[in-house]
Design a protein around this ligand. Structure first.
Ligand code: PLP
Length: 397
């Protein structure tokens, strides 16, 4: 049984704040501060460039990749950390297209995160081989899989609504039609049980700054199925993905297996924070997390719907069809969220009208959910949001 009282004590959360935005940026794990400080003063400060060998900096992307791999059902040696998720999407899609080179259609849905679609668009333009990015509604994906599809590229949990795709069933259907799959697990890793091996996903990518609590701008991860690891050609052929980076050859030769998905110098300071954040997961069962997060979200939906009739549920009602977040729609959603944040209830807003709340049992329990709903009821029913200060759009919403 996961001890959620213990996991909560591992996070630094400001007094007076109910944090329902761990689906966007996880809070600070207490241990990360000392880990980063130690890394800077003892490793960088004392070991200087020797740290690449003596402190294991060069091995970090693989070592920490294995730690993330254990949370997504990936065997050791199949996940590597680095860059941002947008970059990892590009790498995965480029490699998948080349492995299925006789086809020209990439299938995705309009619930995908825009950067995934933008990166695909940029890649297809530079390939200039008549590729087509076909975007359908999330519920139309299954029927749209046919034998023209080269790659099915989806985000498992919709960032706006929390709607959850069936990764295993869609991957199976894609494979039966001769397509490969690229799954974005940004809203899945650390939120719900994921089994990339069991689902037979070809490629999977994700970030570590949301449910994995690695910190703002924490590096991303990429998984390549063992079957493709030595044949996938890296489109971003940086020197650290080379077979022998320190041979300084003039010709690129892809490294063995997942090593080839490395690009350039790893962000060592950020990796130290991520490594500390991953310690939180020792002794945590993802099934306990899932059970608790569905219970918290169900309670939240029940209470909000009973007390705030102006808000319309934008997420699936069935917890098994949702990730770990719940959104409600309201024409004044932005101002409502600003008024909530001013009261210490932190969620976020996604255009055009969704207020979004993440449920993270590692540090959120029933008491916080009840207090958050009290605040939402007051803000919405008494129009506390109706003030100029709450309408002013910030750069990040
Ligand atoms: C599904 C998904 N993909 C990609 C991204 C962004 O990737 P990056 O880390 O490159 O900013 C996000 C950001 O929230 C996301 O939710």
């Amino acid at each position: 049984m996961t001890d959620f009282t213990r996991t909560r004590s591992l996070f630094q959360l400001p007094d007076g704040v109910i944090y329902l935005d761990g689906n966007s940026l996880g809070p600070l794990p207490v241990a990360a501060t000392d880990r980063v400080r130690g890394m800077m003063s003892e490793q960088w400060g004392q070991q200087l460039i020797r740290g690449w060998n003596s402190a294991g900096w060069m091995a970090q992307p693989r070592r920490i990749g294995d730690r993330v791999g254990r949370l997504i059902g990936a065997p050791d040696g199949t996940v590597v950390i680095g860059d941002t998720l947008s970059i990892k999407v590009y790498q995965a899609l480029a490699a998948a297209l080349e492995l299925n080179s006789s086809r020209r259609v990439i299938l995705s849905d309009n619930g995908n995160f825009p950067t995934d679609l933008y990166m695909a668009d940029g890649l297809l333009r530079s390939l200039d081989r008549g590729y087509q990015l076909r975007i359908v509604g999330p519920e139309e994906v299954e029927d749209a899989i046919d034998d023209t599809i080269a790659v099915l590229m989806l985000t498992e949990v919709d960032y706006r609504t929390g709607r959850l795709h069936d990764m295993k069933a869609l991957t199976q259907k894609a494979h039966a039609a001769g397509a490969l799959t690229v799954w974005d697990l940004a809203h899945s890793a650390g939120a719900i049980p994921v089994d990339v091996s069991g689902a037979k996903a070809d490629f999977a990518v994700g970030c570590t700054y949301k449910y994995l609590n690695g910190g703002p701008g924490a590096p991303a991860f990429i998984y390549v199925a063992p079957d493709h690891a030595d044949t996938a050609r890296p489109a971003l052929s940086g020197w650290l993905g080379h077979q022998a980076p320190f041979a300084f050859d003039l010709d690129y030769r892809a490294g063995a297996g997942i090593e080839r998905m490395r690009v350039g110098t790893p962000p060592v300071i950020a990796m130290a924070a991520l490594d500390a954040a991953l310690d939180v997961w020792d002794g945590v069962s993802m099934h306990d997390i899932r059970k608790a997060s569905i219970a918290l979200a169900d309670l939240f939906i029940r209470e909000v719907e009973a007390r705030c009739p102006e808000l319309t549920l934008a997420s699936p009602r069935d917890g098994n069809k949702r990730g770990s977040q719940v959104s409600f729609r309201h024409p004044n959603g932005y101002a409502i969220m600003q008024a909530l944040i001013a009261r210490g209830v932190i969620g976020d807003f996604r255009a055009p009208d969704a207020i979004r709340f993440g449920f993270t049992p590692l540090y959120i329990g029933e008491a916080e959910i009840r207090a958050a709903v009290d605040a939402i009821e007051d803000v919405v029913n008494n129009r506390r949001w109706d003030a100029a200060e709450y309408r002013k759009m910030a750069v990040v919403t």
